[in-house]
Design a protein around this ligand. Structure first.
Ligand code: ZN
Length: 309
């Protein structure tokens, strides 16, 4: 079974375990972008991570993970919805080559100005619910380390991740210590779940990227935790999906403003927008553009969510 996310709890319910293995959804991302292996690896790791984190969303909406870089990679964006449909894109900085041995730090944080941004966007639920945005510096040598730092700094959650990606597969394992587990303070000296957390981490640390990519999630979880009693949850399917629409592109043009849109029209005779995530082209001629700005209360009025499309 591919493109499945599995969730478990350790028997004492102090630690959450998740494993994901992606084939077709990851290949759909790759099919829409021409990426060198070093860039594809970073993107694939972030894609796997996004599903592991989105699987715990408590709202209908999406989780957006952004790596903003000051090196050869300008931006990596992955959006994963609560139903685990995802899309992803990369923007390279023009005029800079991407070294084959590029790392997270050399490709995204060469000048020390890279940032990791997390947006939790409870779309469509209500206008009063604003997207939450968290920003941290790009600390760490891997996507997993950046995310672990973020979860600790922003959510105060002990989280460990093991991520891997190549031109075919993207995969990941997440361990998270559940806060407040075990009720009141323990009578013993150690915190509740401390042993489970330590043991689970030691075992997962034996994983190699090759193993992560080669094995399906069941085999992986069995190989690591066959001695543990795990409480299994219903597996979730991960899919690739780009929810871009003509209406949303219209909203974006509306936000761009009439003078800007009219100057493009004058120059090119029409406005053509290509979706960064799926490559779908949208064309607006002079009549379409006039309609965008003609109706009061048309798409794009303030109050819309500052999303990435
Ligand atoms: Zn699209």
């Amino acid at each position: 079974m591919s493109d499945t996310l599995k969730k478990y709890l350790f028997e004492d319910r102090s630690v959450r375990l998740q494993a994901v293995s992606l084939d077709s959804s990851w290949q759909a991302v790759l099919a829409h972008h021409a990426l060198t292996p070093a860039v594809a690896r970073l993107l694939g790791e972030l894609v796997a991570a996004s599903t592991l984190l989105a699987a715990n969303l408590k709202f209908e909406g999406s989780l957006v993970l952004q790596l903003q870089g000051d090196g050869p990679i300008a931006l990596i964006v992955v959006e994963c919805r609560a139903d685990l449909s995802l899309r992803a894109t990369v923007k390279l900085r023009q005029g800079q080559s991407v070294p084959a041995d590029g790392t997270l730090q050399s490709l995204l944080n060469a000048g020390g100005n890279g940032r990791f941004i997390v947006v939790l966007d409870p779309r469509r639920e209500s206008r009063s619910q604003q997207p939450y945005q968290g920003v941290v510096p790009l600390e760490g040598d891997s996507v997993a380390e950046v995310l672990e730092h973020y979860m600790q700094a922003s959510e105060q959650l002990d989280t460990r991740m093991w991520l891997a990606a190549d031109g075919k597969h993207a995969a990941g394992v997440l361990l998270q210590r559940l806060p407040g587990h075990g009720g009141d303070a323990p009578t013993g000296s150690s915190e509740p779940g401390q042993d489970t957390w330590t043991r689970a981490g030691h075992l997962a640390a034996t994983l190699t990227p090759g193993e992560l990519l080669a094995a399906d999630t069941d085999t992986l979880v069995h190989r690591l935790y066959w001695q543990e009693t795990l409480i299994a949850f219903e597996p979730q399917t991960v899919t690739w999906h780009c929810p871009c629409t003509r209406e949303r592109v219209g909203e974006m043009l509306h936000m761009l403003g009439r003078p800007e849109v009219e100057s493009i029209l004058q120059e090119q005779g029409r406005v053509e927008v290509v979706c960064d995530f799926c490559g779908k082209p949208y064309q607006f001629d002079a009549v379409d553009c006039a309609a965008l700005f003609a109706q009061p209360g048309s798409p794009g009025t303030p109050g819309g969510n500052p999303t990435l499309h």
